[in-house]
Design a binder for this molecule. Structure first.
Ligand code: ATP
Length: 642
């Protein structure tokens, strides 16, 4: 399996999408990382027949999990449909035999009447059972989607963070999320396939019973269209896979163009033409792909219909000949005629069903493979080591770390230790590896080589969820959760005492923010929803800081905690961090060197390696990078050279 989404130079779309006021924009054409089913068009019928049960099995298992009784009911309804079809056809022969015989018309009709009533009852029963099947299937669909989506979400929230940096995983994730949303289609399709197959089998059984030659004749009429359907499905699926990257791109272009977060820059930078140009480029590419699928499907359908049409004419001619030469009874020929017509109608459902089953089934296989791959990536240790409840020392030893797909290490041979009760400040230029080191110490990434230990426990051998329960982290890019202020602070923990929430808020300077909100802690901070309120950047940072302070964890990591705060709030937050360090290990990443003065130790990172380590005074005395940065910052305050 290849694993990259390397951009290729964009080729101009072959045809125009729609009337455009603004031009299309150059947009990289990404390749899809894992073309797992590229062989789908080339495989033999035998392979498809072999694959279909497995593909169907995934959906059937989901359906069974969702509603076993409803599945059983659906199967029962399918069997009833087939039985009613057989009864209807059998009754047709019984009705035709007296009708086509010689004798007085009233007598012949009288003789055929019970069979005619049976034919009518069978037709009504078929319609009723078919309606019941639709209602029953509709009950399973949403539950199946729900289970498939929940399992997708469980996998994505469990997978190590590094997976999100891997384009191959992101591609798979897109395919799996699409499959999970459409799982119900597979169930509907399978139901119609089973129903049609059983009914056609019933028709075939009756025909075989009437005369052995009728069965091959029926198959001749129905098979060509079925073959065409499967070919069209494979072509459509492959085209879908090849446009996966473009569909991801289109989602992100739509999001970037219309989201609230980007709305200001869209206007201030007059981005409309550029963004719409990007959208039109990717939409045109998708339009071209869809048109290609349409052409392929039409070609297969046309060939299938032509062959099926010829075969049907041949079947009718053969029936006439068999009846005319007395080889089969006229009533049997009449029933065969009706059976071929009925089967052709059923075939329409079967064709559609096989089409969807195969296509959706391949996506369900992607979903299944994604869950397996994600579980493999999650690789929890079989017997996880317990995480120390109150670690005394957190240590990275000879740690080197590469982001997925990145040749240069973000960290190289880093050894660092932070003890309980200590504040370790990490400083350095942009991109020097500060956040990466913090994430490794927190177990959010696993080192490529080297170890991170909490006390003597190698954290790669622990259960990460247990580890993260001992962690309070204020990341550089914190999330603005669209929930209440209270939930934003308590986030993921049981709602504790109101006084604890307010204490954390006060320590983070968020108390004044809460005072300004109409419903205080209960104010909804989802500005895109009715009644929701937004906050300023600094106010959000105070809430996010309160979130980290509220969490009573032995390890506190603050990554640029005051980047948006006013000077007074900044001062208060650093004081609080200092106070919190008493019972904790604190890792502080900051460019505000004023705040590092009181840190117990400072490390300076440069290009992923530690170049200096010591106290503020020791590093100033050393007159290295730290001293240079300190002086540069001091100059901006004093206006003098220090
Ligand atoms: N998800 C990622 N995938 C690939 N490379 C990454 C990723 N995140 C960071 N990097 C790279 O790793 C290096 C270290 O990044 P890191 O975020 O740790 O720097 P930093 O010192 O925290 O920077 P800043 O001061 O700008 O926040 C940088 O070269 C960056 O480009």
């Amino acid at each position: 399996m290849t694993s990259s989404t390397a951009p290729r130079p964009d080729a101009a779309p072959r045809r125009r999408l729609f009337h455009r006021k603004s031009p299309t924009a150059p947009l990289p054409r990404y390749t899809v990382s894992a073309e797992r089913h590229d062989d789908a068009l080339n495989v033999s019928w035998f392979t498809i027949a072999r694959r279909l049960p497995r593909l169907s099995g995934i959906a059937v298992r989901l359906a069974w999990q969702a509603a076993p009784r409803v599945v059983l009911l659906t199967c029962l309804l399918q069997l009833i449909t087939a039985a009613v079809t057989a009864i209807g056809l059998y009754a047709t022969t019984s009705a035709l035999t007296p009708l086509l015989a010689s004798g007085a018309t009233p007598e012949r009709i009288g003789e055929a009447l019970p069979a005619l009533i049976l034919v009518t009852v069978a037709a009504c029963a078929r319609s009723l059972v078919s309606a019941l099947t639709v209602a029953t299937t509709a009950r399973i669909g949403p539950r199946v989607d729900g289970i498939a989506e929940a399992r997708y979400l469980e996998a994505t929230t469990r997978v190590p963070l590094a997976a999100y940096d891997d384009p191959a995983w992101s591609d798979q994730s897109e395919a799996a999320s699409r499959a999970a949303k459409d799982a119900h289609q597979m169930i509907e399709a399978l139901t119609s396939v089973t129903g049609a197959v059983l009914s056609i089998a019933a028709a075939a059984g009756i025909l075989a019973h009437l005369h052995p030659v009728l069965l091959p004749l029926l198959l001749m009429a129905v098979l060509p269209r079925g073959f065409a359907a499967v070919r069209a499905a494979r072509a459509a699926y492959l085209a879908d896979r090849h446009t996966l990257a473009d569909r991801r791109l289109r989602h992100s272009v739509i999001f970037e163009t219309s989201s609230r977060d980007h709305a200001l820059e869209v206007r201030a930078y007059t981005l409309r033409p550029w963004l719409l140009g990007r959208f039109r480029t990717v939409a045109a590419r998708l339009e071209d792909a869809a048109a290609e699928v349409g052409r392929t499907t039409a070609r297969h359908q046309l060939v299938g219909d032509a062959v099926a049409g010829c075969a049907t004419v041949g079947v009718y001619a053969a029936l006439l000949w068999l009846a005319a030469t007395g080889r089969i009874a006229p009533a049997a020929a009449g029933t065969a005629f009706i059976a071929v017509q009925l089967s052709s109608r059923l075939l329409a459902g079967l064709v559609q069903g096989v089409n969807t089953t195969y296509k959706t089934g391949l996506y369900m296989a992607d979903w299944d493979a994604f869950l397996t791959d994600t579980t493999t990536r999650t690789h929890l240790p079989e017997h996880p080591r317990p995480v120390p409840a109150d670690p005394q020392v957190i240590e990275a030893r000879n740690v080197t770390f590469h982001y997925p797909g990145s040749e240069l290490p973000a960290l190289q041979n880093v050894t660092v230790r932070v003890r309980r009760g200590e504040v370790l400040a990490i400083v350095g230029a942009n991109g020097s590896g500060k956040s990466t080191l913090a994430k490794l110490l927190a177990g959010l990434y696993t080192p490529t080589t080297g170890t991170v230990t909490w006390d003597t426990t190698d954290i790669s051998r622990t259960d990460p969820e247990q580890l993260w329960r001992r962690l309070a982290m204020l990341p550089q890019h914190f999330a603005r959760w669209p929930v209440t202020a209270r939930e934003n602070i308590v986030l993921g923990q049981e709602t504790g005492k109101e006084t604890d929430i307010l204490t954390a808020a006060r320590a983070a300077g968020a108390d004044t923010v809460l005072d300004s909100l109409p419903d205080g802690l209960n104010t909804n901070l989802a500005p895109s929803w009715w009644g929701g309120r937004d906050l300023s950047g600094g106010q959000w940072q105070r809430i996010a800081t309160a979130r980290a302070f509220y969490r009573d964890a032995p390890i506190l990591i603050c990554d640029e905690p005051t980047s948006a705060l006013d000077p007074l709030a900044e001062e208060a937050v650093y004081r609080r961090i200092q106070a919190l360090a008493k019972g904790r290990s604190v890792i502080l990443i900051t460019h505000r060197l004023g705040s590092t003065r009181t840190a117990d130790r400072i490390i300076v990172l440069d290009g992923g390696t530690i170049t200096e380590e010591g106290t503020h005074e020791a590093l100033l005395a050393r007159d290295g990078t730290y001293a240079t940065m300190w002086r540069a910052q001091a100059d901006t305050y004093t206006g003098d050279k220090v």
